[in-house]
Design a protein around this ligand. Sequence first.
Ligand SMILES: Nc1ncnc2c1ncn2[C@@H]1O[C@H](COP(=O)(O)OP(=O)(O)O)[C@@H](O)[C@H]1O
Ligand SMILES: O=C(O)C1=C[C@@H](OP(=O)(O)O)[C@@H](O)[C@H](O)C1
Ligand SMILES: [Mg+2]
Length: 172
Amino acid sequence: MAKSENIYLIGLMGAGKTTIGRLLAKSLKMPFYDSDKIIEDLTGVDIPTIFEFEGEVGFRDREQKALAGLTKLTHVVLATGGGAVIREENRECLKENGFVVYLQCSVDRILERTKRDTQRPLLQTDNPRAKLEQLLIEREPLYLSCADYVVDSGTLQSKAAVKNILQRYRDL
Ligand SMILES: Nc1ncnc2c1ncn2[C@@H]1O[C@H](COP(=O)(O)OP(=O)(O)O)[C@@H](O)[C@H]1O
Ligand SMILES: O=C(O)C1=C[C@@H](OP(=O)(O)O)[C@@H](O)[C@H](O)C1
Ligand SMILES: [Mg+2]
């Protein structure tokens, strides 16, 4: 077991990072962190409000600071936000300090899962499909460049995805 026994989940919005991360942590009896939740707790407002007042750059600055701190912890499960891989500094922190699992998920499945969501500012557009397709093109190479392991969280239900990750993690 290397990389401080941490598990980091990356992938697009709605891929299941928060849901699967929480279940994984419960199974492994490890503490669970979600960088979005940490940012909301620290600022005292929700993510749409941060985007509204500080723009995406303000949110990314807060995210970078949160990830720099969270990747110093050991023996934790961390769900990142979908854009965590955009900045190189974040990618380095993630790759160096944990077993990075990319939850790969189709745009169709993400649209189904997020259609009633109001908490993801990047999807509050007339054409969320086009936005997700663009994000997938931009980010997929970055997700793959960080990933130690890839799981299809679009096809697998959350529990099956957890089982799959646990098998791989326990083999490390
Ligand atoms: N593997 C899965 N199968 C079915 N539904 C899922 C799965 N993973 C997540 N969901 C559902 O999709 C939605 C978004 O999941 P979430 O964990 O918030 O994704 P993320 O943190 O990657 O944005 C939630 O309603 C969740 O219940
Ligand atoms: O993909 C992104 O850029 C974002 C994903 C969100 O997290 P989830 O991936 O958990 O939805 C959240 O960090 C913010 O709305 C931006
Ligand atoms: Mg999440």
